[in-house]
Design a protein around this ligand. Sequence first.
Ligand code: NAP
Ligand code: MG
Length: 477
Amino acid sequence: MKLRQNIIGGAAVGTLGIESRNPSDVTEVVGQYAAATKSDVHAAIEAAKQAFPAWSHSGILERHAILRRVSDELNARKEEIGTLLAREEGKILGEAIGETVRAAQIFDFFANECLRLAGEILPSTRPGVGVEITREPIGVVGVVTPWNYPIAIPAWKIAPALAYGNTVVFKPASLVPGCAWELTDMLHRAGLPAGVLNLIVGSGSVAGQALLDSPDLAGLTFTGSTATGRQVALSCVEHHRKFQLEMGGKNPMVVLDDADLAVAADAAANSGFFSTGQRCTASSRLIVTEGIHDRFVKALQERASKLVVDHALGKDTQMGPVVDEKQLAIDQDYIDVGKNEGARLLFGGEVLERRTKGHFLQPTIFVDATNDMRISREEIFGPVVSVIKVKDYDEALATANATTYGLSSGIVTTSLKHATDFKRNSQSGMVMVNLPTAGVDFHVPFGGRKGSSYGSREQGRYANEFFTVVKTSYTKS
Ligand code: NAP
Ligand code: MG
């Protein structure tokens, strides 16, 4: 078992207070961690402030080399970090190792971005004057992350923050401090100067709130629920702080009569149930036209009934546990809501007993659902999908867009006309054709619309919009 403190100004600080348990086996303690106090958070922000002048003027080769070393270490330790991730979060080992490799790819990408910090030179409208447009780091950035991607989301915020010369105070979700600690430790051993990245492990209400209340943060990048995101936004407006929010989703997947049935059922099973449905890009609204509806539902049920739900480290496991008992209670509550609203529970809905004591829930399918039911409107964040039957493509598109969210959407069809129309008219940040709604590349922008996102995009070179500020300089020669 690991004992881990905060890392502030390069030093281990704080008293232990958070115990992390394995959702596949709640008798197993994964680690003991600090519970950051307000004064720890203030110390972390002060350390990041002190480190900013030097780091923001550091050489691009130094930044490049540090990020590259972290990428190499993540790859070299992917089994070990993946195992820790599976133990603290509950996703299956294959997915957890995949996520670790993703984090390595992200560090590699931003290591190279350090070498491409380009600006623009334009002629002025005034003869003899030149104009330069450059990008500068914004300052001390707060990074607040959720539990469902314990290494990839911190990577896609911290790597660009550092690459572009910012210093960071990092508050991971208190359910998953282990991966956060390992990543912070790796960065320090890779040569990151003390104070450039500070880890505070603690609850949202104490450590997170203390971060929000600080007048010294220049920026805040947040991923988590829409409810917390709203609080973050209000605080950032009050402090004149730049911010970026990635929040919940209620992502639709449309299946048309002309779809390849196996492609549709595979994409829906992946979107609905992989990572136990605990992905912001998961699909929980399957919007299916009449002609294929019954065949699709049968094929999806077949796939759900074959999914092996068990300990995340089990060699045959395909779906791990729900992250904790609170989330399990939320999932069960929504399953009751669905039944009471008149949707028909076709498959699943039961808590499963396995050899170890974990939060295991069956993949769950509701049919005869309508888009105005709560199970179709509200993010459940579990392995629960509603199938909504519609007449034709036009009704499918309108239903897909009838949501307060707009992160990801998908369509399964062999019609070029409908695929093209859906790409243009789907009100989401990411559109998938004949693919699951989840599963994205690391070198292109990630983000949504409406209640799912606020601010500029994350990932790829679009990340520089948030992590830098533009300066326009005029010179008369
Ligand atoms: P959450 O409950 O909103 O928590 C997110 C983070 O905010 C955690 O670190 C949490 O700390 C912290 N927090 C809570 N209250 C705070 C406060 N008052 N001030 C500052 N920080 C505070 O979300 P979650 O349960 O971890 O994650 C699930 C949600 O994330 C889902 O809604 C999912 O859709 C969303 N998500 C979105 C994306 C995306 O890119 N759009 C990606 C992944 C997940 P503690 O947990 O330690 O209390
Ligand atoms: Mg939460």
